[in-house]
Design a protein around this ligand. Structure first.
Ligand code: DGP
Length: 114
């Protein structure tokens, strides 16, 4: 946990954010600025700055996160598909320095992204 990290604070429940799914290691909640009818963020409770900061010991945690994404997509009824995005670093467009998966769905998404 990092004292002044926004997503660590959310994971600790400091803002009474509604969790769509929560386990010992994972939390998920709706994005404050949705880019699709379904736009959910899935985060590790452990503070990891970005995908580029993963350690070998995080292997199991990454599996948990992706399984949570899959369960949330089913929960949201995204039967026609969805997109999972992990913006990483400045060029990747990452604005919050705590690893998070975006789950986007509910409309046909364009490719390539900008
Ligand atoms: P990224 O740009 O990939 O780092 O995505 C960060 C996302 O986090 C962005 O889509 C907006 C979202 N976000 C930022 N602050 C908050 C917040 O306080 N609550 C929620 N629910 N989402 C937030």
């Amino acid at each position: 946990m990092s004292a002044d990290c926004l997503f660590c604070k959310i994971a600790r429940g400091e803002f009474s954010t509604e969790f769509l799914l929560e386990t010992e290691h994972v939390a998920s909640f709706r994005d404050i600025n949705p880019q699709a009818p379904t736009h959910i963020l899935v985060i590790p409770k452990k503070h990891i700055e970005s995908l580029a900061h993963l350690e070998a010991e995080d292997q199991g945690l990454m599996g948990e996160l992706l399984l949570a994404v899959k369960d949330l997509a089913a929960q949201e009824g995204l039967r026609d598909g969805y997109r999972v995005v992990v913006n990483t670093g400045r060029d990747g467009g990452q604005s919050v320095g705590h690893l998070h998966f975006h789950l986007l769905g509910g409309r046909a998404l364009q490719w390539p992204p900008g």
